[in-house]
Design a protein around this ligand. Structure first.
Ligand code: FAD
Length: 523
């Protein structure tokens, strides 16, 4: 397939959900837009897939929950998209004094949550501290969230609206110190800390504060930080964006791998390949949905080994014949409906980080599990009654751990992840796993190397690189529209529109929106 024209107002390199968001905004504004995607489908990390032969279930293969996508963006683009709340926020099974116990956090939090804290921690102190802590976070989120679809505010402007104690605890102090000063219980501390580590490899005391930034993104979405389920799976998000873009007149070409971008200052030329033939198109603007590190290669700057991001997560997708029972006796339909934390006690998170940083696979792999189909069974198709999906997202498994022997190390990581879940189950998870048409267990695992090979996310980094603060430093140059929207690159006609733009990480469409606004502002 080839493009309808040789020259477009905007060429978008990459058809991830952010590239599609850009295309939809710009086509609606009347610009001619071409999206070029190397895979045979759009969506990047926001896709659904029938991962197991012979079974109809369509799992959210990589990303699975949505929080950061602003309601305004859904409305602006008329997205046919439903995000469902989960009745459980989290359940954390633990063994205390040799007995199976658990910490339940409902959504919304009610009496059962307070009771659960009291039973596990022996009083009301930890729950009171929890409520105070999250009220502080909400204060910060309510200031920052409304700015995400506007030109970048400066740090000074945001700071001026936030309580000084909150700013200190969440923005300038390593989050580990804040958590240690405000909570006593190892499990409660761990449940709080995990949001700082999803997609971020760091100690809770890392002086770079990358863990604080990751935490903020996880609590920021629409000012509430609620993580919701995309009904129909993550592919429904991408499909809604693609429909919106195409209906507005954007052209999308899949199986179109871009190999070079040449910037001429007032436009850029894009070379792409359809598997048989090379093509060239030009755009007044080129939007890069690819990671900044990949963009460097496309612009001819070479692959910079030192600047390459590194991902650190293990994603496992499972299809179950039935939900397993937990030793604590909690109803599995309650425990698995939210985020089920395993091996995520605070001390274990730090120990696992230290192990991985020293090149060892953590003995007790921290991770979290959740069942999509309890809230939205539509992704199961006509699978037999009782069938459920399970997603595991493991922390602290950096790409470097797998470098020497990816296959064997992946097997070890999966075995440890499963062991950390089995610790809390009456029967091992493998006894509940469904079998595919070939009789194989329905378990699919993705290490950072797989994510890089599948999606061209460098190093398998889920945010295309470490997250930035969602505001500009006080000294930042904010002269051009691209700088003002946090989407600039070194090439004048090329802007970032993906996760690697400032404020772009996660499934949000924010990177796409902001790049589109920068294009419109510069015309
Ligand atoms: C395992 C995993 C779990 C995650 N879980 C969550 C979650 O639950 N919630 C959440 O909010 N976020 C999650 N994330 C992060 C989130 O998915 C990403 O940050 C987000 O999807 C990035 O979107 P994007 O459109 O910017 O980029 P991408 O999704 O990376 O899309 C970029 C597109 O560019 C294409 N491309 C690359 N190179 C070329 C080329 N040379 N030519 C043409 N096309 C090219 C790629 O094929 C891809 O389609 C997760 C990510 C992963 C990997």
């Amino acid at each position: 397939m080839t493009s309808a024209k040789q020259q477009y107002d905007v060429v978008v390199v990459g058809g991830g959900h952010n590239g599609l968001a850009s295309a939809a905004y710009l086509a609606r504004a009347g610009l001619s837009v071409l999206v070029l995607e190397r895979l045979d489908h759009t969506g990047g990390a926001a896709v659904s897939a029938a991962a197991f032969p012979g079974l109809p279930a369509r799992l959210s293969r990589y990303s699975y929950l949505v929080s950061m996508m602003p309601t305004q963006l859904v409305e602006d683009l008329d997205l046919d998209l439903r995000l469902a709340s989960r009745p459980t926020a989290s359940y954390t099974p633990v063994t205390r004094d040799g007995k199976p116990r658990g910490l339940l956090v409902e959504r919304p939090e009610g009496e059962a949550t307070r009771r659960s804290f009291a039973e596990l921690t022996g009083g009301d102190g930890e729950y009171d501290a929890w409520r105070e802590f999250y009220a502080d976070v909400a204060g910060l989120a309510e200031v920052v969230a409304p700015t995400l679809l506007s030109p970048l505010p400066t740090e000074r402007a945001i700071r001026g609206e936030v309580d000084p104690g909150v700013w200190r605890d969440f923005v300038t102090t390593p989050l580990g110190a804040t958590i240690e000063s405000r909570f006593q219980d190892d499990t409660v501390r761990g449940v709080v800390a995990t949001d700082a580590l999803i997609g971020t490899f760091a100690s809770m005391h890392d002086p770079s504060l990358v863990q604080n930034r990751c935490f903020l993104y996880h609590l920021l979405g629409n000012g509430t930080g609620e993580w919701r389920i995309p009904v129909g799976g993550m592919g429904a998000v991408t499909d809604a964006l693609a429909r919106s873009a195409v209906q507005a007149g954007a052209e999308i070409i899949t199986s179109a791998g871009v190999s070079a971008i040449r910037d001429s200052g007032d436009g850029a030329e894009v070379t792409w390949h359809d598997g048989g033939k090379s093509h060239t198109v030009s755009g007044r603007h080129v939007l890069a949905n690819v990671a900044p590190w990949v963009l460097g290669i496309l612009l001819g700057n070479g692959a910079d080994p030192d600047g390459k991001p590194e991902g650190a997560q293990l994603k496992i997708n499972v299809l179950l014949e039935r939900l397993p029972q937990l030793k604590s006796g909690v109803d599995p339909a309650v425990a698995f409906a939210g985020t089920l934390h395993v091996a995520e006690d605070y001390s274990n998170l730090e120990a696992a980080y230290a192990d991985a940083a020293a090149g060892r696979m953590p003995e007790r792999l921290p991770g979290e599990v959740y069942c999509h189909s309890l809230t939205d069974p539509s992704i199961l198709g006509d699978a037999p009654a009782g069938t459920h999906t399970l997603t595991y997202f493991g922390l602290h498994t950096p790409a470097s751990l797998f470098a020497q022997d990816p296959a064997a190390t992946k097997e070890l990581a999966v075995a440890r992840a499963i062991a950390s879940i089995d610790e809390h189950l009456v029967e091992p998870i493998e006894s509940c796993v469904a079998r595919d048409a070939d009789g194989k267990p329905c378990i699919e695992a993705k290490i950072p190397q797989d994510v890089e090979a599948d999606l061209a996310m460098p190093g398998g980094h889920i945010f295309h690189g470490d997250l930035d603060w969602p505001w500009a430093s006080n000294r930042a140059r904010l002269e051009t529209p691209a700088q003002q929207w946090g989407v600039q690159t070194d090439a004048d006609s090329v802007l970032l529109c993906g996760a690697g733009s400032r404020r772009g990480g996660a499934v949000s469409g924010i990177g796409g929106h902001n790049a589109a606004q920068a294009v419109l502002a510069s015309r």
